[in-house]
Design a protein around this ligand. Structure first.
Ligand code: SF4
Length: 72
């Protein structure tokens, strides 16, 4: 799953196969990530979190399931 955040020119990616549903991303960046009925991460757009929060969430994911690419 890839989601381009037009508000910040970031491409935020979730590998839903790798996601183990820990919810860490929703703690660090609740304006960017939520979880579906399977507890898998879903990207919200536009993201309302500052860049630092999104990057912290990406780094905190225990499964390495998140990615961020600057398109600008
Ligand atoms: S932190 Fe990683 S493993 Fe946990 S819900 Fe988010 S994407 Fe999934």
């Amino acid at each position: 799953m890839k989601s381009f955040d037009t508000a910040s020119d970031r491409l935020i990616t979730v590998d839903r196969t790798a996601c183990i549903g820990s919810g860490m991303c929703t703690v660090y960046a609740p304006g960017t990530f939520t979880q579906d009925e399977e507890a898998k991460a879903v990207v919200l757009t536009p993201s309302t979190d500052p860049d630092d929060s999104v990057r912290t969430a990406v780094e905190a994911c225990p499964a390495g399931a998140l990615g961020i690419v600057d398109e600008a």
